[in-house]
Ligand binder design. Structure first.
Ligand code: PEP
Ligand code: MN
Length: 333
């Protein structure tokens, strides 16, 4: 349920109202927009008397929200949320490119790629140290050593870094990682999501392989319910009957999510398609659709990559794409 306050309501009046809601067992989520202040009410609202509330002089209207996600809901928070990662802003018209290898493999690899993508316009560096692989025999990442090398690349280039966390017990290793990625396979690892709700780092939450957008929003809600509202959503392709691509990019996720939520929406054209030759067109389409950022895999030697080489762009290909992305951004501005 949301209560939209009338213009000119004082902080004291709003706080008194919130105290009253809390006294009947509800928690309040206050969102101050340009035109309205909205109080989102979370809890059992079945006993709330809407007519009585609407008769109060400070309330403009009261609406029940039937969607099961509340804090992530656009109705709770009309303005887009802007997630700020060391000055790189996502959302509300701000756009960033995250680029880098699927996995951190060596110091030379991550530093080479980091310098190259920065020179081409990437504003954050990605690199996995804990890899969720289908086969237990495949490269699983360099773990703590991988994080250490990623942080060296951060120091060298100044780029904030994004890396996937699979197990909350590893959280200490991520102390200097700027954005924690929750991978597609962990989108519904609710214990992990709850723990991430208690940390103060931005979270990049990827859509599960076979999950609806509502389920993605419910997973964001798990993180936000714990108090961490710095969540970015990532469309990374879903599993369909199509076999010519690794997954099927759901470009419509961008406008649909923007309608239902205030959280920034990022697109990953690399995992969506699985092939480097399809990354450019899908990255441009996602940009044109209004994505708040892209996350793109780039490797200095894709043929010898330890993970996801087929979908990785070379630094030269990334450079060409970054220029085209800038042109699309200008065209839609
Ligand atoms: C990744 O980003 O390398 C990754 C494993 O992504 P996803 O969870 O989307 O498959
Ligand atoms: Mn990958």
């Amino acid at each position: 349920m949301i209560a939209v306050l009338k213009g000119g309501v004082s902080d004291e009046q709003r706080e008194n109202l919130c105290r009253w809601f809390e006294s009947i067992g509800l928690s309040c989520h206050v969102s101050k927009g340009e035109f309205h202040t909205i109080i989102g009410l979370i809890g059992d609202v079945s006993k709330v008397d809407i007519e009585m509330l609407e008769s109060l002089s400070i309330i403009e209207r009261v609406t029940r929200i039937s969607d099961p996600f509340k804090k992530a809901n656009r109705k709770f928070h009309e303005e887009p949320t802007i997630v700020d990662v060391g000055g790189r802003k996502f959302g509300g018209g701000n756009f960033q490119i995250i680029a880098g290898p699927c996995s951190v493999e060596s110091e030379e690899q991550i530093i080479t790629v980091a310098r190259a993508v920065k020179a081409s316009g990437a504003t954050l560096l990605r690199g996995g140290a804990f890899k969720p692989r289908t086969s237990p025999y495949a490269f699983q990442g360099l773990h703590g050593e991988g994080i250490k090398l990623l942080l060296e690349a951060k120091k060298d280039t100044g780029l904030p870094v994004v890396s996937e966390i699979m197990n909350i017990n590893d959280l200490d290793l991520f102390a200097d990682v700027d954005v924690l990625q929750v991978g597609a396979r962990n989108m519904q690892n609710f214990d992990l999501l709850k723990e991430l709700g208690h940390c103060d780092k931005p979270i990049l939450l990827k859509r599960g392989l076979a999950n609806t957008l509502k389920e993605l929003l419910m997973s964001a809600e798990y993180i936000m319910a714990g108090g961490n509202e710095n969540v970015m959503l990532c469309e990374r392709g879903i599993r369909t009957f199509e076999t010519y691509t690794r997954n099927t990019l759901d470009v419509s996720a961008v406008p649909v999510l923007h309608e239902y939520t205030h959280l920034p929406v990022i697109v990953d054209p690399s995992h969506s398609t699985g092939y480097a030759r399809y990354v450019s067109s899908t990255a441009l389409a996602s940009t044109a659709a209004g994505a708040d950022g892209l996350i793109i895999e780039v490797h200095n030697d894709p043929a010898h990559a330890l993970c996801d080489g087929a979908q990785s762009l070379t630094p030269e290909q990334f450079d060409g794409l970054a220029k085209k992305i800038a042109r699309v951004r200008e065209a839609i501005a």
